[in-house]
Design a protein around this ligand. Structure first.
Ligand SMILES: [Zn+2]
Length: 207
């Protein structure tokens, strides 16, 4: 009997300390994303609608695989929104002690990708080009963070996955079957996203 009580006590002690370690990990994880973060769920209608638009767009360009993957991660509580994440980032994956692993997307970037990408007006770039570049970049950034989530720890490795994703999109049937004008917009957007990713990868390697 005494042994049983001791064992129960030990189990309680272990689970209590596990819970507090997890809470600390959670707090550290949230701080790394700028704080004031929230889980992307039904309570956040506006952000969820923006996420839904991104997923619909992915389906329309033949990327339902990534769309479904993002939704599964979201349902699993792995996609969060970070209102205070800096303007230099679309999203970030934060892993704390392998206990708390989340993809945070910058709130402003999710709600208005074009303004995130072009914080000041750029009348030299037509609006349709800006919008296409912004959609591609937001999706590509999430593809990058999913690569980290799946175990790629280096920036170079994650950018390789991101760039390969853009290349694949360029060959996708929906983009190939667009009218010449539309296709020109998307070719430009994908080429710009690839150049940005290459530049960011080189900067990360130098830093
Ligand atoms: Zn990265």
């Amino acid at each position: 009997m005494r042994l049983t009580i001791q064992i129960v006590g030990a189990v309680l002690l272990v689970s209590t300390s596990y819970v507090s370690v997890e809470r600390i990990a959670e707090a550290k994880n949230e701080t790394a994303a700028g704080g004031s973060v929230f889980r992307l769920d039904e309570k956040r209608a506006r952000e969820l609608a923006a996420f839904g638009s991104l997923r619909s767009w992915l389906v329309s360009v033949g990327e339902s695989g990534l769309s479904d993957r993002l939704e599964r991660l979201r349902e699993n509580g792995e996609v969060w929104v970070a209102p205070r994440l800096g303007p230099e980032r679309w999203a970030v994956f934060v892993d704390t002690l392998s206990l708390v692993r989340r993809i945070y997307v910058r709130r402003a970037a999710l709600l208005d990708p074009r303004t995130h990408l072009y914080p000041t007006p750029h009348p030299d770039v037509p609006e349709s080009y800006q919008k296409a570049f912004a959609s591609v970049s937001l999706a590509g950034a999430l593809r990058h963070e999913v690569a980290h989530r799946d175990g790629i720890t280096t920036e170079g490795g994650a950018y390789e996955v991101e760039i390969a994703w853009y290349e694949g999109l360029r060959q996708s049937a929906p983009i190939q079957s667009m009218t010449e004008n539309d296709r020109r917009v998307w070719e430009w957007a994908l080429e710009s996203a690839i150049l940005s990713a290459r530049k960011a990868s080189a900067t990360a390697a130098a830093g």
